[in-house]
Design a protein. Structure first.
Length: 95
């Protein structure tokens, strides 16, 4: 794998479209990783992901690995199964 500086300094990469092709591939892989992260959060009962860390590393001579990790969170309360309306009853204030 060529260092990024070498890749960027190569006129063939810029004129020949290799850099654009790599950018498209990284963008597509990043979108797939985000979708997988959201799906995994949903399977855990979350509806959002916070604290996302992204790592892109070379694998072999011509491959890149994109790894995303984060914390699944729930932004809306779950319906209260004991309440007839399905909504949590407010906690009364102490006198």
């Amino acid at each position: 794998m060529q260092p990024l500086a070498t890749l960027l300094s190569s006129p063939l990469s810029i004129v020949g479209g290799n850099l654009a092709g790599m950018e498209r591939a990284v963008r597509k892989a990043t979108e797939r990783a985000k979708a997988h992260l959201a799906q995994s959060a949903g399977q855990l009962g979350g509806d959002a992901v916070i604290g996302v860390a992204v790592s892109i590393a070379g694998v072999g001579n011509k491959a890149e690995a994109i790894v995303m990790a984060g914390t699944a969170v729930r932004t809306a309360p779950e319906p209260d199964q004991n309440s007839p309306s399905g909504v949590e009853d407010p906690t009364p204030l102490a006198p």
